[in-house]
Design a protein around this ligand. Structure first.
Ligand code: AMP
Length: 622
């Protein structure tokens, strides 16, 4: 017997399900359908998106409502227009063989008069976003006095989006006797509160453990410098030729920027965010659904509720601020029993966040290595060869061109021909990746503090991996706080705050960390900066500490003098033949290893020669 029949679903509906390819119930359907079919309980279902929730509540509704009546009997509230349309379309498909079933989708950003017209014609199931539903109720255009069931779908998302009050108001228009079914992917305190406030002894079902993500998702993370994020992202995509992914950014601007940069580099990508008009958003979604774009770059809000089949990867280009959002993001892949990968590109400072998410999901994330340029080129080459192998030759269409093709290639041996074909793509990637560097940051020596989830640097002299600790001769006596000092550093060096690590503010001096690659830029930036008529000095704090017997921060009793700093070495750049000229680091320690014993006058004059101007003329004053 068809397992849906065993669950208590009638033949007409099961036939429609079979046509949709639903052979057996998903676990959530198996567990919740019998409970909901009883129709006598409030219900809380904790389940990820993509697990078959819509049918889990939709099938019982189709069994329980009286479709010979024409008034609303069930209202389904959900967070977005997308989801609203999806749910109403799904219900219509399940009800394909039933008579007189009327479902209306009610959502903002579309003509209200059309929706009102449909309501007037008579509906039993209203699927709505809270704002528009209230609007319609406010016009007295719908009668909720016969509502038997209220479904709150993606309740956590609705609360996140600030719909709490709207939901309260809508619920207050429905009869006391109605039953409330709440579905949520996560169970934050606010959702618990709603369940408590509006439900009586609800039956609770948890698919997996609370807040657990979909078991078919593999979670991976890459640790790189903030400045290497985009390069890493591209390498991952290039290493995954068949990717069909959603890339999450934190802001609309970031979303737009990444999409534009990808398009410029020849990728099939487009952006989805709230600054687009509804029409533009629909167009992008259509492109994505049709697979005419391979990468959808989206914000959390714009992509809520999206159900696109076969998403292979979710990429967290930026980790979300809210932990729950991670679950929602990753739930866009591995839908309907398929598997998928959720990737996060992070810097060392975000390791703690990964540990936190791991703990919440109860799942270990795999630290992945950014592939080398060579790996990517190889992967692309064999990807292309595989494609060549599997291509279907359209004999009829290509036949007229064959004589000319044979003529063009007739001279070439089989081996030459293969080499040339393979090189078409290979050369492009080879060119791009020929001088590529290793983007991985070594995290072996980083312990994440168990209590706060952040890299544990309780030992004062421990600098974050990938960062260099620098000394600067300004501090709190100069009326700097940490934010001021960060601004001062960023303005003077044109380095983004994201590349600056921990700032340790002292009295007359301070320490700050900067990504290793940018140390030279710091020296260069400060060579033209004065503060209150004082020359601003930068030194490598690591060297300073080693010299002063490992005491963090050097000495505060005045031993931080020129003679003690004159042996400090600056981190070497590239080939290591630097004359000290591109540093601008003075005070006697501004040379690389090989020139550290050069007389100071020589270094200074070298610096002046390089910069081509006298320091006194070129200083920026603060
Ligand atoms: P949902 O969680 O309701 O958004 O469903 C996620 C996806 O799974 C949708 O594309 C559904 O069409 C599909 N789906 C739901 N139930 C089943 C089932 N029993 N068998 C196969 N696919 C299903």
């Amino acid at each position: 017997m068809n397992p849906f029949i065993e669950l208590g679903i009638r033949h007409d509906i099961v036939n429609a399900l079979t046509e949709l390819g639903f052979e057996k119930p998903t676990p959530i359907q198996e567990q919740s359908v019998p409970v909901l079919l009883a129709g006598s309980n409030d219900f809380v279902g904790l389940a990820q998106t993509g697990t078959g929730k819509t049918a889990a509540f939709g099938l019982p509704l189709l069994e329980l409502l009286d479709f010979s009546e024409k008034h609303p009997q069930a209202v389904i509230l959900c967070p977005t227009r997308e989801l609203c349309l999806q749910i109403s379309n799904d219900l219509k498909k399940y009800a394909k063989n039933l008579n007189n079933v009327n479902v209306v989708a009610v959502y903002g950003g579309a003509s209200i008069s059309d929706q009102l017209r449909q309501i007037r014609r008579g509906v039993q199931i209203v699927v709505a976003t809270p704002g528009r539903m209230l609007d319609i109720l406010g016009r007295n255009a719908i009668d909720f006095s016969h509502i038997k069931y209220v479904v709150l779908d993606e309740a956590d998302e609705m609360l996140n989006m600030g719909f709490q009050e709207d939901i309260n108001n809508i619920l207050s228009t429905t009869p006391e006797s109605k039953k409330t079914w709440l579905f949520s992917a996560t169970m934050p305190r606010e959702v618990r509160r709603i369940a408590k406030q509006y439900m009586t002894d609800p039956v609770e079902l948890t698919m997996g453990t609370e807040n657990t993500g979909n078991a078919n998702i593999n979670h991976e993370y890459y640790v790189v410098r903030a400045s290497d994020k985009f390069a890493t992202f591209k390498r991952i995509i290039d290493f995954t030729p068949g990717i069909f992914g959603i890339v999450f950014c934190r802001t609309k601007i970031e979303t737009q920027d990444i999409a534009e940069a990808l398009i410029k580099d020849g990728y099939n990508a487009n952006a989805l965010h709230g600054d687009l008009s509804q029409q533009q958003r629909d167009k992008v979604m259509k492109q994505y659904r049709d697979k005419s774009i391979q990468l959808l770059i989206a914000t959390d809000v714009a992509s809520r509720g999206i159900d696109v089949k076969d998403v292979t990867h979710v990429i967290n280009y930026s980790l979300p601020d809210e932990l729950e959002s991670y679950t929602h993001r990753s739930g866009r892949t591995a839908r309907a029993g398929k598997s998928g990968v959720s990737i996060s590109i992070i810097n060392v400072k975000e390791l703690g966040k990964i540990r936190q998410i791991e703990r919440t999901l109860g799942k270990k994330f795999v630290k992945a290595e950014v592939p080398s340029g060579f790996d990517v080129v190889e992967k692309q080459l064999f990807g292309m060869i595989n494609k060549l192998h599997n291509v279907t030759v359209n004999e009829e269409q290509i036949a007229p061109y064959m004589p000319r093709i044979m003529q063009e290639f007739g001279e070439l041996s089989k081996e030459e021909l293969i080499k040339k074909f393979a090189s078409v793509e290979f050369n492009r990637f080879l060119e791009y990746y020929k001088n590529s560097k290793d983007l991985n940051v070594d995290t072996n020596n980083i312990n994440v503090n168990e209590r706060n989830g952040r890299p544990d640097r309780s030992r004062r002299d421990e600098t974050e991996a990938g960062f260099t600790r620098l000394f600067i001769n300004v501090g709190s006596v100069d009326e700097f706080n940490r934010g001021d000092l960060l601004g001062f550093i960023c303005n003077s060096t044109q380095i983004s705050g994201k590349s600056i690590g921990k700032i340790d503010l002292k009295g007359v001096f301070s320490f700050f960390e900067v990504e290793n690659d940018l140390v030279e830029k710091v020296y260069a930036g400060f060579k033209t900066v004065e503060f209150n008529g004082r020359e601003v000095r930068i030194e490598n704090a690591g060297a300073r500490q080693r010299e002063s017997g490992g005491r963090s921060g050097g000495s505060s009793n005045g031993s931080r003098n020129r003679s003690s700093s004159s042996h400090h070495s600056r981190p070497r750049t590239g080939g290591g033949n630097g004359s000290g000229g591109n540093g601008g680091y003075r005070g006697g320690s501004g040379s690389n290893d090989s020139s550290s014993r050069r007389p100071r006058e020589k270094q200074d004059s070298g610096f002046r020669d390089f910069s081509g101007r006298s320091k006194s003329e070129s200083k920026k004053r603060w």
